[in-house]
Design a protein around this ligand. Structure first.
Ligand SMILES: Nc1ncnc2c1ncn2[C@@H]1O[C@H](COP(=O)(O)OP(=O)(O)OP(=O)(O)O)[C@@H](O)[C@H]1O
Length: 842
């Protein structure tokens, strides 16, 4: 009997000897005393049977032949030469003198579910273990085979602390436990892994990287992205490090050491962290090829030194607070393929990159760049994506060959740019705008309407940095009216193949415009003749107005069509679908798993930014009036944007769709019970419900009749004094690390959903609170004392939040920091590959 005898008893219960074919035979003796490591093939086989026993689902029958076979009930896990069937799939053996032993298990991608046997560690000769891409749950066994060289448990649902015993795997060269639910710190024992070369622990809930990783001299590829890792970057010197990915964490502090003391570094990704220093002025990593610092809070300039990195081919510093001119040394980067400096405060002229014959992607949008666009640059034949929109560029855009990604959309919102290629007549030019469909604001339409359009346009188009626009550019940029032929052409005559989804008043189709822009065409369900001719004209004007409301926080209305038989809005296509798609069936398990707290919190902040824009940053406040998850759409980079602003109200003002009531559960009580017009405080209520839904995973429509989500949540937490009973189970694994934030965000949502509209905060105040919660240190330490100028004092609001969430969780009152100008945008390429509509349409 041994400590593991319970497992042994379930095994064969008979001793084994080899027959002449190399098969083992039962001899009737008890077989395995798994007191230490396995010593024979038979003992290896017994452990494999125990591993199999822990597998609760094997839909492809992968382990079917893992059993005794033949007349003699022989047990041989090693594949016989030339065997094509009836062998133990996934097992490889190696000869050790006279004996064969199990040295490799590969059960990757087999849809297996179950738990990992603690006996795994007994396999004394096992060198390779690959159980990746399955559905294993439970903990990683603390005892693992000490001969292991490669261990791959990625893409399962393993849930535990990272065992300190990993440090005993002295032969380990590659460890991959990405995309599980591991928590806690990486153990300091990792410092003993002297042969470790590849370490991938991305997509877990890890919180700390130990300094001891610097003692792993062979480390070459490290990926710790998408965790909740806080604190400073601890790496100091690793001679062989080539790839370091730390994106989507909460790392702070200085990173100059990475660019100066890692001689082999080629690929550095620190995107979407909380780095707030400046980019180092010296860099000595001469092998570096890719640097991604996007989505941080970097300040200062982009130093000249980047131009002296001879092999650099990808540089992304977008979404920071960088300023100054773009360095002229960029022209020296002869291998550059991708340059992204968008969403910063750069000024000066566009760098002269026409000589870089490898350049494929150039994005300097949302800055303050000035000067002209040069002919050689725009005609660079390698360029597949160009975006210099939202700058102050001027002069005539030289003629160029339009192509995917390089077209007139590359130059949007530069007041002083003109030229035939962007359909805007240059002052003094006699050429008229000819071929394209400029909205012809008909002679018959009233001057008053034009004034309305111009005012709406001016107030609701905001440069990223809030710059005002002159009316001179307005008429030329109203290039949004499409003919029914163009809309039919884009959607292959509304072919069902292009069907995306349907709402109460419209059907949405995917479409492609002649310039290859992929769009969503929202065809309004208005029958020919339902609107008379004058009404149609006014409706067209209303749609044109909607197309002018533009901000990066909103789903862009690219154009509209208003003819007797086709009334449609042509909208930016959002490949990651709606918030509903991400949270509820039919949905993709991987997507759900990845729609974690960070994504949800970022989505809440993005929606608050969008509402702030609509309510307060326009000169004329715009009420959304129908905010709900199906009107929050996600871009390819998982940025949440608001859609459908004002559509239902526009239709209602024409007596259309009056039967299509506002979606229950999201409408504020004062509006649901009266015929009152939508209000901004009504939007705040709907927003609060959406946050409650993000936290609880419950749609207000899933509750019993008469029950409301805020009341249900208030009652549940005041009874249980715990977040457990209200939290979406998918977020449960993050609770320990994010508890304070979750509680505070919940408190904000409950403030927003107070019954009395007067008691609800305005959205800028909500945004400040959310930004503050996002930036506050997890340990609750206090920040500076800048005060929030709002209708209520910050202390009062903090007090209210705590009243709303009586959980016994310490919520440290501290004044909100001024929100950063550009909150980092979440990126998640794997989500962007997912097409919600394919699932939806099944
Ligand atoms: N811009 C877009 N990109 C991708 N998919 C979209 C886009 N706009 C809408 N959809 C999809 O089409 C569906 C129908 O959208 P629509 O706006 O017509 O209705 P809704 O907002 O879902 O409902 P309701 O009309 O009741 O408010 C959405 O649920 C979404 O899945």
């Amino acid at each position: 009997a041994t400590a593991c005898s319970d497992h042994v008893e379930t095994a064969a219960g008979a001793a084994i000897s080899f027959n002449e074919f190399g098969f083992a035979e039962s001899t009737g003796r008890r077989l395995l005393a798994v007191n230490g490591s396995t010593r024979t093939l038979m003992e290896d086989a017994e452990v494999l049977l125990e591993i199999k026993r822990r597998i609760t689902a094997d839909p492809d029958n992968t382990t079917f032949w893992w059993k005794r076979q033949g007349k003699n009930q022989a047990l041989n896990p090693c594949k016989m030469k030339n065997a094509t069937k009836q062998y133990w799939v996934g097992i490889d053996c190696t000869d050790f003198g006279t004996e064969r032993r199990v040295t490799s298990i590969d059960l990757s991608n087999k849809n297996l579910a179950g738990t990992l046997s603690p006996l795994l560690g007994k396999l004394s000769k096992l060198k390779q273990l690959n159980l990746s891409n399955n559905l294993f749950t439970g903990p990683i066994p603390t005892e693992l085979p000490t001969a292991l060289e490669t261990l791959d448990l990625a893409n399962n649902q393993l849930e535990s602390l990272v065992p300190a015993s990993f440090g005993d795997l002295q032969n380990l060269t590659s460890l991959n436990v990405a995309n599980n639910r591991l928590t806690g710190s990486i153990p300091v024992s990792f410092g003993s892994l002297k042969l470790l070369s590849t370490l991938n622990m991305s997509g877990n809930n890890l919180t700390e990287i130990p300094l001891e990783l610097n003692s792993c001299p062979r480390l070459s590829v490290v990926d710790l992205s998408r965790n909740g890792i806080q604190g400073i970057i601890p790496f100091q010197y690793l001679e062989n490090l080539t790839t370091l990915h730390l994106r989507d964490n909460r790392l702070q502090g200085n990173f100059s050491v990475l660019l100066n003391t890692f001689p082999q570094l080629q690929d550095l990704d620190l995107s979407n962290n909380e780095l707030n220093e400046s980019i180092p002025a010296t860099m000595s990593t001469s092998l570096i090829q890719r640097i991604d610092l996007s989505g941080n809070r970097l300040t200062g300039s982009l130093p000249d030194v980047v131009g002296y990195l001879p092999l650099l081919h990808e540089l992304d510093v977008s979404g920071n607070g960088l300023s100054g001119v773009l360095p002229t040394t960029l022209t020296l980067l002869t291998s550059l393929t991708t340059f992204n400096a968008s969403h910063n405060d750069f000024d000066g002229i566009l760098p002269l990159l026409a000589g870089i014959q490898s350049l494929r992607v150039f994005d300097a949008s949302f800055n303050n760049l000035t000067g002209a666009v040069l002919k050689d640059f725009v005609n660079l034949s390698t360029l597949v994506y160009l975006n210099v929109s939202y700058n102050n560029l001027s002069g005539e855009v030289p003629s160029f060959v339009e192509r995917d990604g390089v077209n007139r959309n590359s130059f949007l919102q530069n007041i002083a740019l003109c030229g035939e290629s962007i359909n805007k007549v240059c002052a003094g030019s006699s050429k008229s705008n000819s071929t394209r469909t400029i909205v012809s604001i008909s002679v018959g339409s009233s001057v008053a309407f034009l004034a309305v359009v111009v005012i709406m346009y001016l107030c609701c188009r905001r440069h990223y940095g809030g710059k005002a626009r002159s009316s001179a550019s307005v008429s030329a940029e109203l290039d949004v009216k499409l003919t029914p032929e163009e809309v039919r052409g884009a959607t292959q005559n509304f072919n069902n193949r292009n069907y995306v989804g349907v709402g109460s008043m419209s059907t949405v189709y995917r479409g492609v415009l002649p310039d290859a822009t992929v769009v969503a065409v929202k065809r309004l369900g208005i029958q020919p003749g339902e609107v008379n001719e004058p009404g149609e004209k006014v409706l067209g004007e209303g749609l044109a107005n909607l197309a002018q409301v533009r901000d990066w926080t909103l789903v862009k209305v690219v154009g509209y069509c208003c003819s007797p038989d086709v009334k449609a809005l042509v909208i930016e296509y959002m490949p990651n679908g709606t918030l509903n798609n991400l949270m509820y069936p039919p949905r993709d398990a991987q997507v759900v798993r990845e729609f974690n707290w960070t994504h949800r919190f970022n989505a809440a902040i993005a929606v608050a930014q969008g509402l702030k824009y609509l309510h307060h940053d326009c000169r004329t406040s715009t009420v959304h009036g129908d905010l709900k998850p199906s009107n929050i759409l996600f871009s390819a980079f998982m940025e949440a944007r608001i859609a459908d602003f004002g559509v239902k109200r526009l239709l209602a003002s024409h007596g259309l769709g009056v039967g299509a009531s506002l979606t229950s559960g999201y409408t504020a009580p004062e509006l649901a019970s009266s015929a009152q017009e939508a209000t901004i405080k009504g939007d705040v209520y709907s927003f609060g419900i959406i946050i409650l839904e993000l936290i609880s995973g419950r749609s207000p429509q899933s509750l019993e009749v008469g029950q409301r989500l805020p009341q249900w949540i208030r009652a549940t937490i005041s009874n249980s004094k715990s977040l457990h009973n209200v939290l979406d189970p998918i977020l449960m694994s993050e609770l320990r690390v994010q508890q304070q934030r979750m509680a505070m965000v919940l408190g904000v949502a409950l403030l927003c959903t107070r019954d009395d509209p007067q008691e609800r905060p305005y959205i800028p105040e909500v945004l400040k609170m959310l930004n503050h919660i996002k930036t506050r240190p997890q340990d609750g330490s206090r920040r500076g004392s800048r005060r929030l100028r709002s209708s209520r004092s910050t202390q009062q609001r903090n007090q209210e939040i705590r009243q709303e969430v009586p959980l016994g969780i310490e919520i440290t009152p501290s004044p909100p920091a001024t929100p950063s100008s550009t909150p980092p945008l979440p990126t998640n390429p794997s989500l962007s590959h997912w097409t919600p509509n394919s699932a939806e349409n099944r």
